[in-house]
Write a protein that binds this ligand. Sequence first.
Ligand SMILES: [Zn+2]
Length: 87
Amino acid sequence: MAKDVVVTEAFHSRGMWLVRGLVKSRSQPDKWHSVVVRMARRGNSLIIEAKCDCEAFKYGLACWHVIHLVNVFRRSLKSSHVKGLNS
Ligand SMILES: [Zn+2]
């Protein structure tokens, strides 16, 4: 797993993943952002609902922290052969 992401909680329920984690800030090295993501597959698309405590997110932007957590989590699912989003 990437060194700038810590997944603190992840569970699968009713076809949906809930993932909580901390993502290291790129501008302030000792700051970590708290991110919560809900993910579900709908046909061929992935529905993502996310929340982050950074500045960009407050202005309604899809921030890098959310994208990074999603990517790292999906990669870890693939490598651990857990059935879920990739199945
Ligand atoms: Zn953010």
